[in-house]
Design a protein around this ligand. Structure first.
Ligand code: EPZ
Length: 418
């Protein structure tokens, strides 16, 4: 099992290019089921993406990966299409459930493995199935699979989500894309990754209107089947390296981003006293002299993202006073806390809020990752801890961070994979 060795307290200095967004690429890959010939660029080559490509190949799409150019070419001949997403491909990557909408609406049936829960929570898909049923699908759950069908195709409808869900919004948009007539989705997630999916679908010829949390899709109007699309930058990766800069750097420049999309996160760091310069497609950050404590609640976009909660907690350990961070999206997303405490962090959890006392001196330790974002928070802690930190279970990290060691080494971090 590979580990990361990190020698702490190095001053980072340099620039980091942000990769394309994993969480935008995944629903867009599912949407490729509607197209004949797609060229995707700025694709992050991380584990979740290769798993999704395995799934599309299993379904019957032809895929060509141009690693160097970070491009993927996908062709769909619509012959021998397998409308099945098997357990072995969905169990490690729950976004596999996003092929439900496209397969069901295009081929009138789909058999999708129920995605298991994971470390951060039970991760149900009831909202996905709620949307499919509202569009006229017959849904059965049997032997751990979702059996969905709609003999005469899906019919547009008005769907008001009882709670905001990124994946359910994406699946509903994909299903409505192939449905007969208009679908109005209410109380939608409006993450930038969903906007990127909508941009992709519009290139296929569909009319989609967004206003606030309402999305209107005029289905069944594919006019173009050969399209190109450049995936949006990864705002969570960008936020992660901004926090790395706030923790350690003389000066770090994060480039290839759209700063306006991470305005909220930048404002939070500024409120904590971090010096930030905002350029057209870059942000420069230097370590804060004395960090101010802060209180945060994780919220759907445009609020503070749950995917940055673990990373911000590391910065809070260096702030003066008692910071608070309430995890409002997932029921169990504090698994990084016991590991941070083993490195000397002073954190108490009450209900869904972590109380973080700072500033505390962190010391290197051997630690274990439990999910994608918890693992990167342990890397951030290792960057500022005395002596050496060893991070285990790197497969979590490799699901969503492209070339992490390379990007940090380029900024003078002492980090290596062994
Ligand atoms: C997406 O997961 C992201 N994954 C997650 O990022 C991210 O943390 C999450 O959105 C929230 O922003 C991808 O985009 C691939 P949700 P998703 O549906 O769609 C509950 C990462 O680190 N819920 O918005 O699964 C759910 O349990 C990953 O890249 C239901 O109750 O998240 C959670 O409490 C981690 N029923 C809340 O809604 C449902 O049918 C939000 O989940 C669906 C969700």
């Amino acid at each position: 099992m590979k580990k990361l060795l990190i020698k702490g307290k190095k001053k980072l200095n340099g620039s980091i290019s942000i990769s394309g967004s994993k969480n935008a690429t995944l629903p867009i890959l599912a949407a490729c089921i509607f197209a004949k010939d797609v060229k995707l660029s700025n694709v992050p080559f991380v584990k979740d993406i290769s798993t999704m490509l395995e799934l599309l190949k299993f379904i019957g799409m032809k895929i060509k990966i141009l690693n160097k150019k970070k491009e993927i070419l996908l062709k769909n001949s619509n012959k021998n299409i397998n409308t099945l997403a098997p357990y072995k491909l969905v169990k490690t990557m729950r976004a596999g459930v996003l092929v439900l909408g496209p397969l069901l609406t295009k081929y009138k049936k789909a058999k999708i493995s129920l995605p298991g829960g994971c470390a951060i929570g039970s991760r149900p898909v009831d909202l996905h199935l709620f949307a499919m049923k509202k569009l006229g699908a017959k849904i059965k759950i049997k032997n751990g699979y979702i059996l969905a069908e709609c003999k005469n195709g899906l019919i547009g409808n008005t769907i008001k989500f009882p709670s905001i869900s990124v994946g359910a919004t994406e699946n509903a948009i994909l299903a409505a894309f192939g449905a007969h007539g208009k679908t109005v989705l209410l109380n939608c997630s409006i993450e930038p990754e969903i906007n990127d999916l909508i941009l992709f679908l519009k290139k296929l010829g569909t009319k989609i209107q967004v206003s606030g949390r309402k999305i209107i899709i005029f289905g069944n109007s594919v006019s173009k089947e050969k399209i190109k699309h450049r995936v949006i930058f990864d705002r969570i990766e960008a936020g992660t390296y901004l926090i790395a800069g706030a923790l350690t750097s003389k000066k770090i420049t994060i480039n290839k981003i759209q700063p306006e999309i991470i305005k909220y996160e930048i404002d939070i760091l500024k409120r904590m006293g971090v010096k930030i310069f905002i350029g057209r497609n870059l942000v420069t950050i230097t370590k804060a002299r004395n960090l101010k404590k802060i209180d945060i609640i994780t919220k759907p976009y445009p609020g503070f993202p749950t995917d940055l909660q673990a990373q911000l907690m590391v910065l809070m350990t260096q702030a003066n006073g008692l910071s608070k961070i309430k995890e409002n999206i997932f029921e169990n997303r504090f698994m990084h806390v016991p590991e941070l405490k083993r490195m000397g962090a002073k954190i108490q959890i009450k209900n869904k809020t972590a109380f973080v006392m700072g500033p505390t001196r962190l010391t290197g330790a051997e630690v274990m990752a439990t999910d994608l974002r918890a693992s990167v928070s342990l890397v951030l802690a290792g960057l500022i801890a005395e002596n050496r930190t060893i991070v285990n279970r790197l497969y979590h990290l490799d699901r969503g961070y492209e070339l992490l060691e390379k990007k940090l080494k380029k900024c003078k971090a002492e980090i290596q994979r062994v």
